[in-house]
Ligand binder design. Structure first.
Ligand SMILES: [Zn+2]
Ligand SMILES: [Zn+2]
Length: 291
């Protein structure tokens, strides 16, 4: 068991050569993205990539407002929920809370993979509303992975908080209005959903740390080293073109098992069969906008 876990945590499904050739060396800020003289003029990745610059310019004021509202409202609801979970906590509940934490972190990791895979693989920046506001950041991230390290807290985390808002608001409303017996009956669900929400809300911050190669707090580096949160070397595997694997970005624990069963590839085959859409069509198109 320990051996299997060790393998799952450290295995790379890409060779060292593939990683060097098909992904941007973010850990070497001075060498940066150019592998040859041609690439200094037509960069494959990084802030000078023309497609990345075009995508960065599409970040709008309206999008910023949506992100700020999501962060503020979600933190308010989650704070209420955490306080009420403490108020209603009874010692017999600690097993439920522990199980909720483990299930919450695993569910968050899977959901991070599903959302990330969906946005990376399907759809287009040209789609109305969704394209410019929610698919655009995923396209930008592949051709300029370091852009996330220049985004502030709101831009990094706004959409993750938005995803947590409906459930957090419902739980807060129930805590504030429901009778004691109903709250007690729903307590295991509330514990699970609140912890799941915290992990989901933290996902892109954890993802940002996995792209940050300097000045990380030592506690974050320790959590990465122990693989409690997404480690830098582990996430680098996703950034090897064509970005078709290792989509989970909360802890990354599910990446290896999902890769072993060919989960994402099988899902893509089914969707392509029924819709005729080609996986990563739009992602590839943006990668080509080099001059
Ligand atoms: Zn991606
Ligand atoms: Zn990334």
């Amino acid at each position: 068991m320990a051996e299997l876990l060790e393998t799952m945590m450290n295995v790379s499904v890409k060779t060292p050569e593939e990683i060097v050739k098909y992904s941007m060396p973010e850990d070497d800020v001075n060498g940066n993205s150019a592998h040859s003289a041609v690439e200094t003029v037509r960069p494959r990745w990084g802030p000078n990539h023309r497609g990345a610059q075009e995508l960065a310019q599409l970040y709008s004021k309206g999008k910023r407002v949506q992100e700020m509202l999501s962060v503020v409202l979600c933190i308010a609801c989650m704070s209420v929920n955490i306080v009420y979970l403490f108020i209603h906590f009874e010692s017999r509940r600690w097993v439920q809370v522990a199980i909720s934490a483990v299930c919450g972190v695993l569910t968050a990791d899977f959901m991070s993979g599903l959302v990330h895979w969906g946005a990376d693989t399907w759809g287009s920046v040209d789609l109305p509303v969704v394209g410019k506001h929610f698919i655009r950041p995923f396209r930008e991230h592949h051709i300029d992975p370091t852009s996330i390290t220049r985004h502030d807290f709101v831009e990094t985390n706004g959409d993750s908080f938005m995803l947590c808002l409906p459930a957090s608001a419902w739980i807060a409303y129930t805590f504030l209005t429901a009778e004691y017996a109903r709250v007690q009956a729903l307590y295991p669900w509330f514990a699970f959903l609140t912890l799941l929400g915290v992990f989901v809300a933290m996902t892109n911050q954890i993802h940002k740390w996995s792209h940050t190669y300097s000045k990380l707090p030592s506690v974050v580096e320790t959590l990465q080293r122990w693989h409690v949160i997404l480690p830098r070397r582990h996430h680098r595997i996703h950034h090897v073109a064509p970005h078709e694997t290792y989509f989970c970005i909360t802890t990354g624990w599910l990446n290896y098992p999902l890769e072993r069963i060919g989960f994402w590839g099988k899902l893509e085959t089914v969707i392509e069969h029924y819709t005729g859409m080609k996986p990563r069509d739009d992602d590839f198109k943006w990668a080509q906008k080099r001059d």
